[in-house]
Design a protein around this ligand. Structure first.
Ligand code: NAP
Length: 250
C-alpha cells in the first residue's frame, strides 16, 4: 500500500484476533504501531517486537480516563497518531427477549461508547496537531443486517456506521478521512468463544458464505491497511464489506 511507511498507527484491540493481525500488517508496511487491549498487551509486544517499532498499554476503551492516557502514551511513542484503527469490541449471543438493561449497557459501553471516546480523543489530537490523518472504525456485517440473538451487538455496529459517516462529514474539512470496515464471519478468539462447535461453523460456511469459508484476520487487516493508505485517498465516509459474499445472498 502507498503512504504507510513511517506512519504512526494506533490499533485499539490490537492484542488479539483482527487487531493483532492488523498491528502485524502495519509493521510489515513499515509503519510504527501502538496497541491497546485489556489482557494481551505484554504477550502481543513480545510476539511482534521483531517486526518493527511497536509499543502498547492496557486500556479499557469504555473509560474516559483510560482513553485520555492512551492517546497521551500513543502520541508520546509515535510522535503523532497519523492513523487510528478503532477496532476494540466485544460480542455475545443473547435472545432479544432476554437481554437485560445491564447487558445492553455493558455491550454498548465497549462497542459504541468506547468507539466514540477513542475516535473523539484521537480526532481532537489530530486537529490540534494539524495531522491530515485517517481513521477506520470497526463495524460489521451485523451493522447492515439483523442477525438473530445479537440485537445489542447489531445495534452497536449499526451505530458505528452512522458515527463514521457523521465524523466524515465534520472532519473532512480538517483533511481527516474516516471510513469503516464491515467484516463477516472471521476466525478469531472472539468468534471461537461464541460459536457452538465446529459442525456449526462448517454448516454456516456452507449455507451463508458464497466463498464457502470463514475469513481470516489478516484479510480484514488488509482492508484496514487499504483504507488507511494513500491508495484510498478519495474514499471517505464509506464502509468496506469483507464477508466472502455473505451479504450478496437474498
Ligand atoms: P478478539 O480476538 O476477541 O479481539 C478483541 C480485541 O478487543 C482484543 O484485543 C481485546 O483485548 C480488545 N478489547 C475488548 N474489550 C476491550 C475494552 N473494553 N477496551 C479495550 N480493548 C478491548 O475479537 P475480534 O474478532 O478480533 O474482534 C475485533 C473487532 O472486530 C471487534 O470490534 C468485533 O466486534 C469486530 N468484528 C469481528 C468479526 C468476527 O467475525 N470476528 C466480524 C465483524 C466485526 P484483550 O484480548 O487484550 O483483552
Amino acid at each position: 500500500m502507498r503512504g504507510l511507511g513511517g506512519k504512526g498507527v494506533l490499533v485499539t484491540g490490537g492484542t488479539s484476533g483482527i487487531g493483532k493481525a492488523t498491528a502485524r500488517r502495519f509493521l510489515e508496511e513499515g509503519a510504527r504501531v501502538f496497541v491497546c487491549g485489556l489482557e494481551g498487551v505484554a504477550a502481543t509486544l513480545t510476539e511482534l517486537a521483531g517486526l518493527g517499532e511497536i509499543a502498547g498499554t492496557a486500556c479499557d476503551v469504555s473509560r474516559e480516563e483510560d482513553v485520555a492516557r492512551l492517546v497521551t502514551e500513543a502520541t508520546g511513542f509515535l510522535g503523532a497518531v497519523d492513523v487510528l484503527i478503532n477496532n476494540a469490541g466485544t460480542a455475545w449471543r443473547e435472545p432479544f427477549l432476554e437481554i437485560t438493561p445491564a447487558h445492553w449497557d455493558a455491550l454498548m459501553r465497549v462497542n459504541l461508547r468506547g468507539m466514540f471516546l477513542v475516535a473523539q480523543a484521537v480526532s481532537r489530537a489530530m486537529v490540534a496537531a494539524g495531522t491530515r490523518g485517517a481513521i477506520v472504525n470497526m463495524s460489521s456485517t451485523n451493522g447492515l443486517g439483523g442477525e438473530a440473538e445479537y440485537a445489542h451487538y447489531n445495534a452497536s455496529k449499526g451505530g458505528v456506521l452512522l458515527l463514521t459517516k457523521t465524523m466524515a462529514v465534520e472532519l473532512g474539512a480538517h483533511g481527516i478521512r474516516v471510513n469503516a470496515v464491515c467484516p463477516g464471519y472471521i476466525r478469531t478468539p472472539l468468534n471461537a468463544s461464541i460459536t457452538p462447535d465446529d459442525a456449526f461453523v462448517a454448516a454456516y460456511e456452507r449455507d451463508h458464505i458464497p466463498l464457502g469459508r470463514a475469513g481470516h484476520a489478516d484479510e480484514v487487516a488488509a482492508a484496514y491497511a487499504f483504507l488507511a493508505s494513500d491508495d484510498a485517498s478519495f474514499i471517505h465516509g464509506a464502509e468496506l464489506v469483507v464477508d466472502g459474499g455473505q451479504l450478496a445472498i437474498m
